[in-house]
Design a protein around this ligand. Structure first.
Ligand code: F6R
Length: 239
């Protein structure tokens, strides 16, 4: 795991955008949420990506109407897809059989040639995508029941915890690990435990982000607060 320590959220956004732009991905895997928002803003400002690059969602809620503003597809279209003219590929959460849609999503990603670079955030409990603690590291894309903790965390994007959908389709950890390169963005003290676990905690399905240690090309872009005040020389290699 390569760790790039930066001062703050703005620097994290600029640094992660640089890493993505230099990688010139044909298929960019995209998380939603606050962690990558600034990065996407930078990519748009600098027009760093252009067709035929396509954006491939990391996850999507099940049960929201197609025009709901919190649909991740809509958020990514608004933040990156539309401004840069990039197509967005998403799991078909409107399929009455979401399990079948989840299985098809892995096939869709494979048909695209796989994800060149996957952008990730991390939950405070170490989740990646919607892979909650306990998810096997080889899990394919699947339907998940969201934990109460995750629904409470995401209530800030909705009116209340009750309005957060109870289910989602997520790329599985196995799917995420097939990306050729992974960039994890983490800022703020709330992420310190998860980031510490990702860098040097015991590798265990209890903390899904630790699965990344089995991947050959992971870059963690984190601000000082998310690194818990540690001050490594940046960038730095951690075994
Ligand atoms: C978003 C996703 C989640 C978030 C995580 C962190 O598509 O899959 O795993 O990356 O919950 O969320 P933020 O960045 O909002 O703190």
């Amino acid at each position: 795991v390569e760790v790039i320590e930066v001062d703050d959220e703005g620097a994290a956004a600029a640094t992660a955008a640089d890493v993505i732009a230099h990688a010139r991905p044909d298929v960019l895997g995209v998380a939603t949420g606050s962690s990558p928002a600034g990065t996407y803003g930078r990519l748009v400002e600098r027009r760093d990506l252009a067709p035929p690059t396509v954006l491939c969602l990391l996850d999507e809620y099940v049960g929201l109407p197609p025009d709901h503003p919190r649909r991740y597809r809509r958020e990514i279209l608004a933040a990156l897809g539309a401004p840069l003219g990039l197509a967005v590929v998403a799991p078909d959460v409107d399929d009455p059989d979401p399990d079948a849609a989840a299985a098809r999503y892995d096939a869709t990603i494979a048909r695209l040639g796989g994800v060149d670079l996957q952008v990730l955030g991390v939950g405070r409990n170490g989740h990646i995508g919607f892979n909650e603690p306990g998810t096997p590291f080889d899990a394919p894309s699947h339907v998940v029941e969201l934990s109460d903790a995750t629904r409470r965390d995401n209530a800030r994007f909705f009116g209340s915890t009750q309005e957060v959908p109870a289910r989602a389709i997520t790329q599985g950890i196995g799917t995420i690990l097939r990306a050729r390169r992974i960039v994890l963005i983490a800022t703020g003290p709330g992420k310190a435990d998860a980031v510490r676990a990702a860098i040097d905690g015991p590798v265990t399905p209890d903390v899904p982000v630790t699965a990344l240690r089995g991947h050959p090309s992971v870059t963690v872009v984190a601000d000082r607060a998310a690194l818990g005040g540690r001050r490594p020389a940046a960038p730095r290699e951690v075994a």
